[in-house]
Ligand binder design. Sequence first.
Ligand SMILES: NC(=O)c1ccc[n+]([C@@H]2O[C@H](COP(=O)([O-])OP(=O)(O)OC[C@H]3O[C@@H](n4cnc5c(N)ncnc54)[C@H](O)[C@@H]3O)[C@@H](O)[C@H]2O)c1
Length: 432
Amino acid sequence: MKLCMIGTGYVGLVSGVCFSDLGNDVICVDHDKKKVEELKKGIIPIYEPGLDELVLKNYKNKRLKFSTNLKDSISKSDIIFICVGTPTNKNGNGADLKQIYNVAKQIRNSISKFKIIITKSTVPVTTGDEIEKIISLKVPKKFFSVVSNPEFLREGEAIRDFTYPDRVVIGTKDIKSNKILKNLYSPLISKGAKYVNTSRRAAELIKYASNAFLATKITFVNELANFCEKIDVDIEDISIGMGLDKRIGGRFLRAGPAYGGSCFPKDTKAIVTTAKKFKTNLSVIKSVIKSNENRSSLLLKRIFDILKGKIKNKKICFLGVTFKANTDDMRDSSSLSMIPSLIKKGAQVNYFDPTGEKAIFKKFKNVSFSNNINSAIKESDLIIIHTEWNDFKSIDFKKEVKNKKFIIFDMRNIYSSVKMKELKIKYFGVGS
Ligand SMILES: NC(=O)c1ccc[n+]([C@@H]2O[C@H](COP(=O)([O-])OP(=O)(O)OC[C@H]3O[C@@H](n4cnc5c(N)ncnc54)[C@H](O)[C@@H]3O)[C@@H](O)[C@H]2O)c1
């Protein structure tokens, strides 16, 4: 099939490449000229394991193309996927749909035969209705069908998640579009993905409801971790004991820093805002947002307690600064609030991240980047394991850290506190 992905970010690029790998002709369009030029040269704008080889392979065999020309790309395609950003509105908590509606206006000027227009971006319920209205101002309804097909991939696991999804959700009541899309996804369905055909509004809400539920699970266990710290109980035992119940499940049930990233923070806020528009109070999600916003301050307080309030001139090392492992995405990472707060109190922060130095921290005088783990931790008073990269799982701290009084605060509970005690390392985990 001939596909056009509008927006070549995490979702558009990964799904475009994977669709091309399944044998479709795909044009990935972006209005960012530099990004498109670099992609044509094989330079991948994001860190995502396995993505570069797959881009190169499909670009070489010409099933994958990159372009800045939206009109031309739409006219050459049968199915158009909208994959642009839907960040939080600057003046509120709802989703900013400017990028979506701009694209809808561009699409309506480029349709001359039947097209399926899909929102793969995460959009509030009723956005599809709005897109349909915008396009129908210029294009007769028989020439297009607006469908919701939310994406559930996770950064860091994006190719696997796209190729082996738990489910493919298609929100449309249009029989023709449903048939075409079931066919497009048939290679994934035959590998076990469940195909769910719903109304367009239901598909839009399934995405938000899923993200809000996962955010709730994380926040639930994070709050329990706070409780465990007070009663000499290890949260890891609680997570295992609860997670083995099939009705609960062990995933997203591990205590750690506040949830971050490009989805959960914005999507939890957006669903609450949309529900409010429809006079519905989503009080559970509201309290999740509040609890998560408070999480970084709680962990900062823990750092102060660990250092007995003596932060000034302390050398604090962050291992990992992105919101999770296997991604370079810094959006809403808890390190963005924790590091500036620590330097404000007089600490000197040094960090290592496997995806390299981050532009956002360059503006701080007391924040430096080390390009390997050993030099990052060497002089530290306190080492904070902030993300769960495999690279951080077997460090010989005793050998590498010069300062023999160093302390570890493991925000991901990677290491065993018992082993650390045996090694006589001062070690703190989360929720114990
Ligand atoms: N990142 C994830 O893990 C993830 C997972 C599932 C769903 N989503 C959703 O998918 C959507 C996209 O997220 P992302 O992380 O890929 O965003 P992103 O910011 O990485 O990429 C969006 C891209 O769209 C481009 N763009 C914007 N307007 C355009 C236009 N008019 N024409 C052409 N290109 C345009 C931008 O230049 C950018 O490259 C969001 O709604 C997000 O919530 C993201």
